[in-house]
Design a protein around this ligand. Sequence first.
Ligand code: NAD
Length: 496
Amino acid sequence: MSTTRSDWEQLYQSLTLEGRAFIDGQYVPAASGATFECLSPVDGRFLANVASTDEADANAAVSAARRAFESGVWSGLAPAQRKRTLIRFADLILANQEELALLETLDMGKPISDALAIDVPAAANAIRWSAEAIDKIYDEVAPTPHDQLGLITREPVGVVAAIVPWNFPLIMASWKFAPALAAGNSFILKPSEKSPLTAIRIAQLALQAGIPKGVFNVLPGYGHTVGKALALHMDVDTLAFTGSTAIAKQLLIYAGQSNMKRVWMEAGGKSANVVFADAPDLQAAAQAAAGAIAFNQGEVCTAGSRLLVERSIRDTFIPLVVEALKAWKPGHALDPATNVGAIVDARQLENVLRYIQIGKDQGAHLLAGGNRTLQDTGGLYLEPAIFDGVDNAMTIAAEEIFGPVLSVITFDSTEQALHIANDSIFGLAAGVWTRDLSKAHTFARGLRAGSVWVNQYDGGDMTAPFGGFKQSGNGRDKSLHAFDKYTELKATWIKL
Ligand code: NAD
């Protein structure tokens, strides 16, 4: 059990990192031979040369996936058989949890304690939950006239490609491949170029669990090369995406330009966390508000990046939030005591610092944080920042920063709070804090967001769907609703 930073370093020394693609049951270099360097934001260390796949590799992976699908080697199994294999896959992920957590942290900078306690178990749980569900979902018989039998059945769509981001590499991928594989599809995973290592590693565990070759493939590489090739491919049936709204829009164009593949997207957010004067516990609300922007370095699609505070409590509440944020302190990501790790790469850090400057330039008041820190580690660390005096029209309130930058906006009435909360192109999530049950329900109903949390922030598990309204996306990950993305409905009419 690794409990200290030096334990983690020791584990790292014992590993040989795999950087190749995984196509048709084996690790292979990119057809072109191209690679890119994977550097750690934790301390700048070189991790691996990773295959930079492109259209040729996409073609090979899609062919392998199609062959496997048509052969029935996976798609033709009884759901209970797929269940057993997927549960073995989940168990293997847990059996290798320290290695996977270490790869996740070194690759994208999150605290090792989070990677170990949250990311790896959540990915295993997504697989187990979807596997356990798949042999309990029944098809339907339509209420037809007596001389007809109408069967409504679900079939796997075929070849599913998923393009995922770097903020929760394993979790975002598992929310897609778990239901897709459980439903009998073949799958191609395109991890972010900023965090490919765990996706590459689990391909081998999938094979070891008994998932047949060609059913689970991994193509590391850039969005504009292999991502685009998958999105334009004529033989990919479904594209499942998590990432920015800008790229989501581009993928819709690619689908229209190619085979009209189904495109499901979990995109960006700018979530409002609304604190009324009658919140049951202001201290708890302040702590949650701090966690909602500092957890995972603020690199969270549902980050509560707009904190709406009722004017009558602002003078007591805002200092509580500033105080609560002090508990979120950047530290070396391999130190088990760290709760704020490194920003994923230099480009993202520059981007977040640029937004902090824009906030200042537009007249918002920086109360705390916002400075780069721990440069001596060679890593990319940033103090969580909190701005007061923010107007919802300011750039820092309108655009997704995807870093630890909190905007505090004051409101005077329930109607105004709802208007501000919904005044965004996004609609991913929202929080509301009040002890008034009726107000909580009415406000939750009025919010245009896929997830609403009352007197808490960021709750959820595999039992409830997750996804966005408006430009935060379509379709839902998690829960039984996720199977809608990876199955086609067929109506079969039999004349009796
Ligand atoms: P991104 O959109 O830049 O990249 C996401 C993925 O798309 C990467 O794998 C990238 O290589 C690929 N890509 C980029 N250009 C492409 C192209 N032209 N064709 C095909 N693929 C392409 O996003 P990111 O920076 O990796 O992640 C941050 C974003 O993800 C934020 O907007 C965040 O809100 C969002 N996100 C959303 C959810 C959700 O569930 N709604 C969850 C996590 C992250």
